[in-house]
Ligand binder design. Structure first.
Ligand SMILES: NC(=O)c1ccc[n+]([C@@H]2O[C@H](COP(=O)([O-])OP(=O)(O)OC[C@H]3O[C@@H](n4cnc5c(N)ncnc54)[C@H](OP(=O)(O)O)[C@@H]3O)[C@@H](O)[C@H]2O)c1
Length: 380
């Protein structure tokens, strides 16, 4: 069978990403960097090789940069952003890609991939189906590690009306006692909740007041398009688990310092089968720093690789109403191809068994001593 190839559109989601992609940018001020990005055309940044399934199927592909920051993707005229994404996909197609994936905000902008797919020379997917599957597995793996009885727990989905969040609502509901949906647009949130509440097999409610409800939950999943921190240390209940799928991240880095009793997990990381290499196109032989451990890729990248490996070069995931059957299907395809959930990680570091044990101890201490007293002690 002919080897199918893929391309995946990347863009920096933070200044740290810019420095990782282009080490020469270090030392330049943010306004200058934004201006440079405004003028920078799309380019093939990374050649991915060595992706190989346990039964010997292979693929290769390219990460093509559409180098705008998230705020620029939101603020620029939509047609111009579509144009930039399409230029990146065209570069991938010219290199030989048969399917294209949309990374981070390139899959969020406008109608979440529908228009881009219509105008693209090759089928396009947002990668959100595998991101959802990985996020749900990560959330409940975290719950098990923290000894949380999910069936008795309250969960919050932040970004509940979004492409990823709305599917997560349906997948979390059967596994918890109570579910609270959070977003900013009250009308859309109310309408969404009204349309699904009778199908949800648990108690459910909604709120636009994140700080008021996040503290009620043992389990939190975040998938927003905020470019600012959304969850602060004081928002969280003792011993809570937060699974974050958002890029850029939603959880303030202060949580890492101030709340040692809380388990934060980046939920969308997957281990790629074979011996994957992410080589810089401009400096062959040099590894591209994805900001992840070796052999690890985001779930949305992994979805694109899986479609190539399975010879399913089709617009698998598009738009904001995600078909839950597709989530199950891509999860099964990914497992067949040898993709697994990566080890737990947050705030640029691995969550080791020792870190986990320390988190459980800190939660127990804080619980035993009353939340505020415990917090003071933990901060000493
Ligand atoms: N880890 C991965 O592999 C991966 C893959 C794909 C996407 N992503 C990331 O996942 C995130 C969500 O993507 P999506 O496609 O689901 O986006 P989306 O469809 O645009 O949904 C975004 C959701 O976030 C809500 N929201 C935005 N700002 C908020 C805030 N400050 N507070 C509370 N809610 C807020 C929106 O509702 P309101 O506007 O009403 O607030 C909406 O419900 C993005 O950050 C994207 O980059 C990650």
């Amino acid at each position: 069978m002919q080897t199918r190839k893929f391309c995946f559109v990347i863009h920096p989601t933070s200044l740290d990403d810019v420095h990782r992609y282009e080490p020469g940018a270090k030392g330049k001020g943010e306004p200058i960097i934004r201006k440079i990005l405004e003028w920078m055309p799309a380019y093939a940044a990374v050649h991915v090789t060595g992706v190989r399934t346990p039964d010997g199927r292979e693929t290769e592909g390219w990460f093509v940069a559409a180098p705008l920051m998230p705020e620029q993707m939101i603020d620029f005229p939509r047609e111009e952003v579509y144009e930039r994404i399409l230029r990146a996909i065209n570069i991938g197609a010219e290199l030989g890609a048969d399917v294209a994936g949309l990374g981070a905000f390139t899959g969020v902008v406008g109608d979440a991939g529908i228009t881009v797919n219509e105008r693209s020379p090759i089928p396009v997917t947002t990668g959100n189906s595998l991101t959802i599957a990985a996020g749900i597995q990560s959330l409940f793996r975290g719950a098990a590690e923290m000894g949380i009885d999910s069936q008795a727990a309250t969960a919050v989905v932040v970004g509940a009306t979004g492409s990823i969040g709305s599917a997560c609502v349906h997948l979390i509901a059967p596994r918890v006692k109570r579910l609270i949906l959070v977003a900013r647009n009250a009308t859309r949130l109310r309408k969404f909740h009204e349309s699904i509440k009778d199908q949800l097999p648990c108690e459910s409610s909604y709120s636009v007041d994140l700080s008021a409800v996040v503290g009620q939950a043992q389990l939190i999943l975040t998938a927003t398009t905020s470019t600012q921190d959304v969850i602060e240390p004081d928002d969280l209940q003792t011993g809570a688990v937060v699974c974050e799928l958002s890029l850029p991240h939603d959880v303030s880095r202060r949580v890492a310092q101030e709340r040692p009793d809380v388990l934060v997990i980046e939920g969308g990381n997957m281990l790629v089968p074979g011996n994957p290499r992410f080589e810089r196109v401009r400096e062959p032989g040099t590894e591209f720093d994805l900001g992840l451990p070796a052999r690890t890729a985001l779930a949305c990248m992994s979805e694109t690789m899986v479609l190539a490996l399975e010879n399913r070069c089709e617009p698998f995931t598009l738009g904001r109403g995600i078909d839950l059957n597709r989530v199950i299907e891509i999860d099964q395809m990914a497992a067949r191809c040898g993709f697994t959930l990566a080890d737990m990680r947050a705030f640029d570091a691995a969550i080791t068994p020792e870190t986990l044990e320390a988190t459980r101890r800190a939660a127990a201490l804080r619980q035993a001593q009353g939340d505020s007293v415990g917090n003071e002690m933990l901060l000493k």
